[in-house]
Design a protein around this ligand. Structure first.
Ligand code: SF4
Length: 373
């Protein structure tokens, strides 16, 4: 039995009626379950830190069935950190297309270049050094350090938070500062220091396969007899989260120009979503606007004015949800007789070439729905 206590804003795990025997017993039950039930995933059969790192970056915020094909493509094309470092950023972004959270790919490339040029291609071999790499947070550093080097550092991802919150019926919000501290201490206390790699993978696998977010399969759970949430019949109440995420609404009018069998794209800059991806010219508004306002703005910019030979029509309306943004997008197809005067950042290409560019999923959806690629 364990009690979590708060003292002077710090948490302590107070262990009552605790014996090493019971703790080791739980770890062993978990380990045995894992060895019998684990999925055969390609990054599990290696201690190569590059392969583990690649898989962890791809799997952040991504489910295994969605991430696996990307992992296979990346590992085939870039079997070593050197190959990844030598690739162009545009090539990496194109392969990453559809996976979202594009900063992961950019940071991964920066880190590959650093390891290749400054560390002679050798991946850092401990948690502290790994954590200093760009794009690597505490979870990924713990995963690489434990899976590749067997360092006794507990991983704490969404699956582990959920299993621990339910196992000990902890109502401290997992996304609060105090909650993160508490669960970090608890995960580390619960870690099997003799088998950190297997223990960490077992905790994550239990969360993914059995202690699922919506309907946990408690009847199949090896820890069921020791799970406080199960014993209280309150699995659905854990983990607790505070709602503090503000979602921003954005309104985009996109323009698919067509002139002399060419269309126009530009590369998105830093400081906004989809950095470095290619996108159609667009106007952004702070609310929904009607066609008259859009036409006036197009005229002001000298992008379009209606004539007998020039036309504009609304081809698609859609809503696209990102973590902190809700994008309301209207796509217009604009037929012109001459190219409009536009800034240097805009490039004109044959629409068949669009396949070569890394583009946001929203644009990909439009092009596919309209059968434009
Ligand atoms: Fe999760 Fe149910 Fe297992 Fe408890 S018994 S850890 S709620 S699957």
């Amino acid at each position: 039995m364990y009690i979590l206590e708060r003292k002077n804003d710090a948490f302590f795990i107070k262990i009552i009626h605790f014996s090493c025997k019971s703790f080791i017993m739980l770890q062993n039950i978990l380990l045995n379950w894992y060895l019998k039930n684990k999925r055969n995933l390609p990054w599990r059969n290696t201690t190569n830190p590059y392969i583990i790192w690649l898989s962890e970056v791809i799997l952040q915020q991504t489910r295994v069935p969605q991430g696996l094909p990307y992992f296979q493509v990346f590992i085939k094309k870039y079997p070593t950190v050197k190959k990844l470092a030598e690739a162009s950023n545009d090539e990496i972004m194109k392969l990453w297309q559809g996976l979202g959270y594009y900063s992961r790919a950019r940071n991964m490339h920066t880190t590959a270049i650093l390891i290749h040029t400054q560390f002679k291609g050798i991946f850092p071999d401990n948690y502290t050094a790994i954590l200093k790499l760009k794009g690597i947070g505490t979870y990924t550093a713990a995963a690489i350090a434990s899976f590749a080097f067997n360092e006794p550092i507990a991983v704490l991802d969404g699956n582990v938070f959920r299993v621990l919150a339910r196992l000990y019926a902890i109502d401290e919000p997992i996304n609060s500062t105090s909650g993160k501290k508490l669960f970090t201490v608890l995960a580390q206390t619960f870690l099997n220091v003799n088998e950190p790699a297997l223990h960490n993978q077992a905790m994550m696998e239990l969360g993914a396969l059995v202690c699922k977010p919506q309907k946990p399969l408690c009847n199949e759970c090896p820890l069921v007899n020791n799970c406080l949430a199960f014993l209280q019949g309150k699995q659905q109440f854990f983990p607790v989260k505070v709602k503090n995420v503000k979602v921003r609404n954005r309104y985009f009018s996109y323009f698919y120009f067509l002139v002399h069998k060419q269309t126009c794209i530009y590369q998105r800059k830093a400081g906004d979503i989809w950095q470095n991806l290619f996108d159609l010219p667009l106007l952004e508004w702070d609310q929904q606007v009607d066609n008259e306002i859009i036409l006036n703005e197009l005229k002001n910019k000298n992008w379009f004015s209606p004539t007998k030979k020039q036309s504009l029509y609304l081809a698609m309306q859609t809503k696209h949800i990102l973590t902190h943004q809700r994008i309301f997008a209207n796509f217009y197809i604009v037929k012109l007789i001459n190219k409009p005067q536009m800034g240097k950042e805009f490039i004109w290409i044959n629409p068949t070439e669009l396949k070569k560019y890394a583009i946001p999923r929203l644009l990909d959806k439009f092009l596919k729905e309209q059968k434009l690629i």
